[in-house]
Ligand binder design. Structure first.
Ligand SMILES: *[C@@H]1O[C@H](CO)[C@@H](O)[C@H](O)[C@H]1NC(C)=O
Ligand SMILES: *[C@@H]1O[C@H](CO)[C@@H](O)[C@H](O)[C@H]1NC(C)=O
Ligand SMILES: *[C@@H]1O[C@H](CO)[C@@H](O)[C@H](O)[C@H]1NC(C)=O
Ligand SMILES: *[C@@H]1O[C@H](CO)[C@@H](O)[C@H](O)[C@H]1NC(C)=O
Ligand SMILES: *[C@@H]1O[C@H](CO)[C@@H](O)[C@H](O)[C@H]1NC(C)=O
Ligand SMILES: *[C@@H]1O[C@H](CO)[C@@H](O)[C@H](O)[C@H]1NC(C)=O
Ligand SMILES: *[C@@H]1O[C@H](CO)[C@@H](O)[C@H](O)[C@H]1NC(C)=O
Ligand SMILES: *[C@@H]1O[C@H](CO)[C@@H](O)[C@H](O)[C@H]1NC(C)=O
Ligand SMILES: *[C@@H]1O[C@H](CO)[C@@H](O)[C@H](O)[C@H]1NC(C)=O
Ligand SMILES: *[C@@H]1O[C@H](CO)[C@@H](O)[C@H](O)[C@H]1NC(C)=O
Length: 741
């Protein structure tokens, strides 16, 4: 037993000895190997340090001092901020991570000397200059993220040599030129992101070789030509994003083979033809082909995309009915089919079929039928936009159950409210405490506004009930809708006065009360609504004076008070609003007095209509300061005097109507030099002398001169008397007058 043990121990010793020898040998061998590489390593290490310092030398701005540890001090460069070195090669830089540090400057080509580098992350800085071609020599590079910088120039084709690259992200730069076809050699590439640059040319067919690719985004560039059918070979692809380019041709049917696809975004290109029969793509959750020229019907097969959450096909030329198969897509959160030529109705059970729907946008089609009450069962619905269709019937009260509803836009349909109970949807909508937009304009809603209107959510920003047949008054409690920025009740049969309380809606920017039968004075307190930029009060029965307080509306771009019974003179204060850039319309009132000199303050205005009033005196010469003016209508007033010479400054003038006044003197020659003038009406005045022959006067259908008995000459089509030698005297006479004025 003891002997046996001894033998065993001996044997074990032998074994251990042998083992020890082996370990030693390995150690020696590896040491030898290490010393051999160490010699090379020291040299390479020195060059890694030099390469890093060279990188730093081209950074001109480092606001956070991120590279302050990068210097010749005692700290080893492997411990500099953002630098990592290898485990096996402890002196070799393997990663550079300097993300979001607002570094400005350019990327040094010497980064390519970091031959062991695997990862370069310099995204979200302010780097400019070009991508160094030398990076193409980095065979170990797996990750290159230079996104969100200001890099210019072309993508170096040498990058196709970085055969280990898994990620290449260059999105959000200013790169131009074409996509180098050499990128198709990056057979390990998983993600290729080149979106948000200014890349041009066609997409290389060979990118279809990148069979490991999971994500390809080329959106927001200027790429043209067709989408390569070879993309049908990217069988691992989950994301294909080429939106906002100028791709032409059809959507390749081969894409229907991309069975791993999650996202397909082809929005805003110039694609035409039909939508392919995407059917068995079990993971497709986002399909956006909107803003193209796609035609034909929506393929029934889309109903098989059981993971689809967003289907966005708006702004195409799609026709026919919405296939009922789409209502099998119970995961759908967003269905957007705006501006096509779709017909038919929405199924009455849509809300039960698509219970996860959040956004339903169908405006600008030819859909009819009723708005399905079941939409209330899509309890997350926040955006329901069905305007510009032919929906009829009443607005379902059930919509009031949609607690998340933000926008209900039903304008331009044939929706009805014939009796008070048809209006009960308003009371129901007071439940929707987040409602921001309620637009019901251009329908057939009749009767008085329900009192509960004022109990709608105080979040309401936009209330449009214009162009219906609504009668009654504007309720004073409208002031409760304190966040309204847009209020349009124009084109109804509203009567009574404008409640002063409307002036408490301090956020109001757009107020349209026009085309009603509102009466009384325009409340001066409207001048408190200092955010207002468009104010329409025309076509009512307002009387009294134009309130001076309107001159407090310093953001006002458009003021329409036309077709009322306003009297008194035009307040000079209102004409000081140089914010008026669009239109000032005071026409068809009973305004008298002269046109104040202050009209010259309207230096940004495009159109002025003061016609059909009782304005008198001369046109002030200051009118010549309104240099943007294109349309000036002063007809049917009591103006007199001659056309002021300063009108020659209005180089953009297109339409000028001075008819039915008491203007006199010669027709000034400069009118024939206004390049865009194409409507000139001087009829029924007392103009005299020779009619010019050039410019607007060349075309008898663009000038009207009748009822001026002392005019002569002009083109024959105007049928005026020939000028006699007296004309010369007349001319002198009027010149004399002009001079003395
Ligand atoms: C990078 O390597 C090249 C070629 O080996 C060399 O000429 C250059 O000086 C190196 N740059 C730096 C900063 O070390
Ligand atoms: C690349 O950089 C961008 C911008 O900083 C960042 O959003 C992204 O996550 C980074 N990584 C990848 C893999 O793209
Ligand atoms: C890459 O794609 C092109 C064009 O699609 C093809 O001609 C070529 O053979 C492919 N190369 C490889 C390596 O697959
Ligand atoms: C889809 O792929 C199959 C083979 O996987 C191929 O036969 C077929 O032509 C492809 N379809 C299209 C439309 O490219
Ligand atoms: C909502 O769904 C329930 C249960 O399926 C159904 O009974 C009800 O009629 C639906 N509501 C509407 C307004 O269609
Ligand atoms: C409004 O909300 C109340 C309480 O939350 C609820 O009882 C009522 O049914 C709701 N009305 C509508 C039309 O959904
Ligand atoms: C509006 O709400 C107030 C306070 O919640 C309530 O007293 C009033 O009866 C409501 N008015 C209508 C018409 O629903
Ligand atoms: C309008 O503003 C003036 C001064 O800011 C204030 O005294 C007045 O109460 C306001 N009127 C209304 C109706 O808001
Ligand atoms: C010119 O003005 C007169 C009177 O205002 C009007 O009757 C006529 O139709 C106008 N001419 C044209 C061409 O519009
Ligand atoms: C004359 O003016 C009319 C109306 O602006 C226009 O349609 C027509 O083309 C013009 N004729 C010529 C010869 O310019």
């Amino acid at each position: 037993m003891a002997l046996a043990s001894l033998v065993l121990v001996r044997r074990m010793e032998g074994f251990f000895h042998a083992l020890f020898f082996l370990i030693n040998l390995l150690y020696v061998m590896s040491a030898a190997w290490c010393t051999a590489t160490a010699a090379a390593g020291i040299k390479e290490a020195a060059s890694d340090r030099a390469a890093l310092l060279s990188f730093k030398s081209l950074i001109d701005d480092d606001p956070f001092g991120a590279l302050s540890s990068w210097n010749n001090g005692s700290l080893h460069y492997c411990r500099w901020r953002g630098v990592s070195c290898g485990r096996r090669h402890p002196d070799r830089v393997t990663a550079l991570d300097l993300k979001s540090l607002r570094l400005a400057g350019s990327v040094s080509p010497s980064v390519a000397n970091l031959t062991f580098i695997q990862r370069i992350e310099l995204s979200d800085n302010k780097l400019d200059g070009s991508i160094p071609e030398e990076l193409g020599s980095l065979r170990r590079l797996r990750y290159l993220n230079l996104s969100v910088n200001s890099l210019r120039g072309m993508i170096p084709s040498s990058l196709g040599n970085c055969s280990n690259l898994r990620l290449l992200n260059l999105r959000c730069n200013k790169l131009n030129g074409e996509i180098p076809p050499t990128l198709s050699r990056l057979s390990n590439l998983r993600e290729l992101r080149l979106s948000w640059n200014t890349l041009q040319g066609t997409i290389p067919d060979s990118l279809g070789n990148l069979s490991s690719l999971l994500s390809l985004s080329l959106g927001n560039n200027s790429l043209s030509g067709a989408m390569p059918p070879s993309f049908g070979g990217l069988l691992s692809l989950k994301i294909l994003e080429i939106q906002e380019n100028s791709l032409t041709g059809t959507i390749p049917p081969s894409l229907t083979n991309l069975s791993a696809l999650n996202v397909l975004a082809l929005r805003r290109n110039k694609l035409h033809g039909e939508i392919p029969h995407f059917a068995e793509l079990p993971f497709l959750s986002y399909l956006d082909c909107s803003y193209n020229y796609l035609s034909g019907t929506i393929p029934i097969s889309l109903g098989q995309l059981s993971s689809l959450k967003y289907l966005i096909l708006g702004m195409n030329n799609l026709t026919g009915e919405i296939p009922s198969s789409l209502y099998n897509l119970s995961s759908l959160k967003g269905l957007e089919l705006i501006y096509n030529q779709l017909e038919g109705t929405l199924p009455s059970n849509i809300g039960n079929a698509l219970p996860n729907l959040q956004v339903l946008r169908m405006y600008g089609n030819q859909l009819g039928g009723q708005i399905p009450a079941s939409l209330s069962n899509a309890s997350e619905l926040c955006d329901l936009e069905l305007s510009l269709n032919a929906f009829h019937g009443t607005i379902p009260q059930s919509l009031g159950a949609l607690q998340s509803l933000l926008r209900l836009i039903l304008t331009v349909n044939r929706l009805e409210a014939r009796n008070p109970s048809d209006w009960s949807f308003i009371k129901a909508l007071t439940n929707c405490t987040s409602l921001q937009v309620l637009a019901l304009g251009h329908n057939q809603l009749q009767g008085t506004l329900p009192k509960s209107l004022v109990n709608l959510s105080t979040s309401l920003n936009v209330l449009v009930i214009a162009n219906n047949q609504i009668s009654g008054i504007i309720p004073t409690e409208i002031e409760k809708l304190i966040n309204l920025t847009i209020l349009a009740v124009n084109g109804n049969d509203l009567r009574g006065t404008v409640p002063i309380e409307i002036s408490h809606l301090s956020q109001l920017q757009y107020l349209d009360l026009s085309n009603n039968m509102l009466s009384g004075e325009i409340p001066p307190t409207l001048g408190n609504l200092t955010r207002m930029d468009k104010l329409y009060l025309g076509n009512n029965e307002f009387e009294g004076a134009i309130p001076l307080t309107l001159s407090n509306l310093l953001m006002l771009e458009l003021l329409d008070l036309s077709n009322n019974r306003l009297s008194g003179s035009i307040p000079k204060e209102v004409l000081t609003l140089s914010s008026l850039t669009i239109f000032l319309d005071l026409s068809h009132n009973l305004l008298n007095g002269s046109l104040p000199l202050e009209v010259g303050n309207l230096i940004n205005i495009w159109g002025v209509n003061l016609s059909n009033n009782r304005l008198s005196g001369e046109i002030p010469d200051t009118i010549g300061k309104c240099v943007i003016l294109e349309n000036l209508y002063l007809e049917n007033n009591l103006f007199q005097g001659s056309i002021p010479p300063s009108i020659s400054n209005l180089r953009g003038l297109e339409e000028l109507d001075l008819s039915k006044n008491f203007f006199s003197g010669q027709i000034p020659a400069f009118l024939d030099e206004l390049p865009d003038l194409h409507y000139l009406n001087l009829s029924f005045n007392s103009f005299e002398g020779r009619v010019p022959m050039k410019g607007v006067f060349k075309n008898a259908s663009e000038v009207s001169l009748i009822g001026n008995s002392k005019l002569c000459g002009g083109i024959p089509e105007l049928h005026l008397l020939k000028c006699t030698s007296d004309a010369f005297a007349t001319k002198h006479h009027s010149d004399y007058k002009l001079f003395c004025v």
